[in-house]
Every structure is written in structure tokens, then in C-alpha cells.
Design a protein around this ligand. Structure first.
Ligand code: MG
Length: 413
């Protein structure tokens, strides 16, 4: 029913609807948030969890990197033209008035055309945040250049590419958190990279069909060559069984980052219920639970190879958003989905069946589950119970005189 199936989901949708408050912004600030909304609805929602003074730096960080990615993905530019643009982008963001022309056909055309407005807001951020954005933009731009003409072959290449385009984001956000509400530096370590890698690998796995249609390939040869001669063969319906097996191996590879993500989230957990830390924690937790739910949805699912991305239901999204409130809930949700994936593994749909089952068991151990995530009370069930009760009450009402008679008789006896 409209992507909503259980009572818990109905409650979550209402809670989410009534709890989302957006701060008012004018002029260029408003443009930046509108761009964020257009490029990623879910990110635009989750950013509202952050303490107010972190929202602008994180919003600008995101759309600056979105613009960089638009250059990386531009199908009309050759590598030699892209390289100087990518390498110098960290300087471009400091040149007031710069607009990025020639992207009219891109879905981010409006952002590129009005990039001077982003630069303006960037210029007004605190120095410490500007430094982080500039540093990460530099790292990412240079890293993208490495893979413009290089194929992702080994698992090491795959991790390296994902590091450049997402692990660096984990580092940058962690820097911003350390500069604001986590001064003791306990979150500043390589675990933040795993947070980015887990999200990026989930997207790369889910978006296979769209990416290959737009001539982008990120699945590492080391994984797909065991299932196809050429990567494009995975799109052919006659190869669906091998394609799904390959997909499952991609999912199991992404899951290797879960123990690190749990550890990072544990370190990020709010001390003494500090509201700013609660907000930062939730901002990081929601995308993580969405990712594991997405992987569970994609596992063994041939629809990943068809047009139209596989998505988690609206009701599930709302519930995950509302119910991810603390470490216990986060672990429950992760354990729930890892178990689903584990239960779907067969000797026929993955390579190295025994090792992969063991891998899932070890991930589950790392989550240290105590309670179970409830899948919810089915809305259809509740409605049918309610209908039964209503019908019975109506019958009782119609027969009330007869029933009264019978009761009186009984009492007299
Ligand atoms: Mg890209």
C-alpha cells in the first residue's frame, strides 16, 4: 500500500513528516540547499539532524564534490581535458564569480551554471571548515584523475577508487566533527574511511545497470571475471544466473566494512546525551542503515540488472530513519539485515559457500546482537482484525434483544 505495509511504518512516516523542520535561508544559501535537495533528497533530509553550525559547511562540502563528480562523469569531455579541471578544482572553488559552463545537458546543469553562488557561500564559511573542504576536494580530484584512464582491476584498485571518491568524504566529515563537537580526536582514524567505502560500494553495486548504460564501470575485474568474459555480458538475460552470483559476491565484498563501521559509530556515540553529538551520530547512522537495507534488497535479486534502481520501500526508509536512535537500535537493524542475507546464501548463488557463510557469522559476531529488530505488524493483518471486530460488534448490535433475552434466562437459572 503506497510502499507502506506495517503499522510501525505508518507511525514512522507520520513522525518523519511532522519532525522535519528546515531552517530558512535566503539568496545563495537557499540556492545551495535547493541544489542539495535536487541532487540527493535523502542527504538533504539527514543533514537537518546536524547541529545548525555544521549544516552549511556540510551542505557546501557535498555540493562542491557533486560539481567535481559532474566533471568526472562528463561524457563529452576527453580525459586530457578533464585532468586539469579535476586537479585544479580545489583552487576553482576559491575564485569568486566562476561558473562551470557546458553542462546544460547534465542533470546537475543548474548547479554548474550557478556555481558562483556556491563559491560565495563557501567564502563565508569559517576558515577551519574551508580548509577541510579544500583539502578533500584536492585529494578527490587528483584521485579521480588516476582512474580516468585506469581500469578497476584488483580488489586493491577497487578499495583505492572508492577511497578517492568516498573514503575521503568520511575523512573530511570526521575532520569537521573533530573541529566542532569531538575535540578528543578518538574518531580520527582509518575507520572513517570504511564508513565511506561501505556507502560507495553499496551504490556501485546497486547502480550497475545505470552506470554501464552511461558507460561507467566500477565493478572490479577480479570479481566479475569469474562470472563473465566481458563485463557487458552480465547485462544479457541469458547470463542472468551468473550475473546474480557476481552481484552477490559484490555485496559480500561491501559487507566486509561493517565491523569497522560499527566501531566508528560506537566511538561517535554521544557522551552524556550531548544534543550536538546526538545529531552528528544520527547524521552518520541513517545512511549506514539505509545501505545495509539496500544490500539486503539487492542480494540475489535479478532486478539489479534491469532498468530502474532497486530501492527500499518508503515505509522501511521512514522506519529506519525514525528508529535509528542509538547504538542498540543500530546494531539490531544491522544484525537483522545481515541475517537476511546470510539466510539467502546457497552453494549455488555464491562462490566459496562455506567461507562466505562464515564471513556473515563473523560480521554478526562483530555486531554483538542483543535484541532483535521487529519486522513490524502487517497493516493488512491489523486491518483484517479490525474488520472482524467491527463486523462482530455490528452482529451483536443487530441481535442485541435476543442476546439480552438469553443472558436474562441464564441469570435466572
Ligand atoms: Mg563519478
Amino acid at each position: 500500500m503506497f510502499g507502506i505495509e506495517t503499522i510501525q511504518e505508518v507511525v514512522a512516516v507520520f513522525k518523519l513528516y511532522f519532525s522535519s523542520t528546515r531552517q530558512k535561508r535566503d539568496g545563495n544559501g537557499e540556492f545551495c540547499y535547493r541544489s542539495l535537495d535536487k541532487t540527493s533528497r535523502s542527504f538533504a533530509t539527514v543533514i537537518q539532524q546536524l547541529p545548525p553550525d555544521l549544516q552549511d559547511p556540510v551542505c557546501i562540502f557535498y555540493i562542491v564534490l557533486r560539481a567535481l563528480d559532474t566533471i568526472e562523469d562528463d561524457p563529452t569531455l576527453k580525459a586530457e581535458a578533464k585532468i586539469p579541471l579535476l586537479k585544479k578544482f580545489h583552487e576553482t572553488i576559491e575564485k569568486p564569480g566562476t561558473v562551470l559552463t557546458g553542462y546544460n545537458t547534465s542533470k546537475h546543469g543548474e548547479l554548474m551554471d550557478n556555481f558562483d553562488r556556491v563559491i560565495e557561500v563557501y567564502g563565508n564559511l569559517k576558515d577551519k571548515y574551508r580548509k577541510v573542504i579544500k583539502n578533500i576536494t584536492n585529494k578527490m580530484g587528483n584521485g579521480m584523475c588516476v582512474y580516468l584512464e585506469k581500469e578497476v582491476v584488483t580488489l586493491k584498485d577497487y578499495d583505492e577508487y572508492c577511497y578517492y571518491v568516498a573514503g575521503t568524504v568520511g575523512e573530511g566529515l570526521t575532520d569537521m566533527f573533530s573541529l566542532s563537537y569531538y575535540p578528543d580526536n578518538k574518531i580520527k582514524n582509518e575507520l572513517s574511511v570504511s564508513m565511506g567505502l561501505f556507502l560507495q560500494k553499496t551504490n556501485i553495486t546497486r547502480d550497475f545497470e545505470e552506470d554501464i548504460r552511461e558507460d561507467r564501470t566500477f565493478w572490479p575485474r577480479a570479481i566479475w571475471e569469474k562470472h563473465a568474459k566481458e563485463l557487458i555480458d552480465l547485462t544479457k538475460p541469458e547470463n542472468r544466473k551468473e550475473a546474480v552470483k557476481c552481484l552477490n559476491m559484490m555485496i559480500l565484498n561491501a559487507m566486509e566494512h561493517i565491523p569497522d563501521c560499527m566501531e566508528y559509530m560506537e566511538r561517535l556515540a554521544p557522551v552524556g546525551g550531548k544534543p550536538e553529538q546526538v545529531g552528528v551520530w544520527k547524521f552518520c547512522a541513517v545512511p549506514q542503515v539505509m545501505a545495509i537495507a539496500t544490500l539486503a534488497e539487492c542480494f540475489d535479486n535479478p532486478k539489479v540488472f534491469e532498468v530502474g534502481a532497486v530501492k527500499i520501500r518508503k515505509g522501511t526508509t521512514a522506519r529506519l530513519f525514525v528508529e535509528t536512535t542509538n547504538m542498540t537500535e543500530l546494531k539490531k537493524i544491522f544484525a537483522h539485515y545481515v541475517k537476511i542475507i546470510k539466510s539467502r546464501i546457497t552453494s549455488d548463488n555464491v562462490l566459496n559457500y562455506v567461507q562466505n557463510l562464515e564471513k556473515c557469522s563473523n560480521i554478526l559476531k562483530s555486531i554483538e546482537l542483543k535484541e532483535q529488530f521487529s519486522t513490524g505488524t502487517s497493516l493488512v493483518k491489523v486491518l483484517s482484525y479490525s474488520a472482524t471486530i467491527a463486523f462482530s460488534s455490528f452482529c451483536v448490535y443487530l441481535k442485541r434483544d435476543y442476546i439480552n433475552e438469553q443472558i436474562k434466562k441464564l441469570l435466572k437459572k
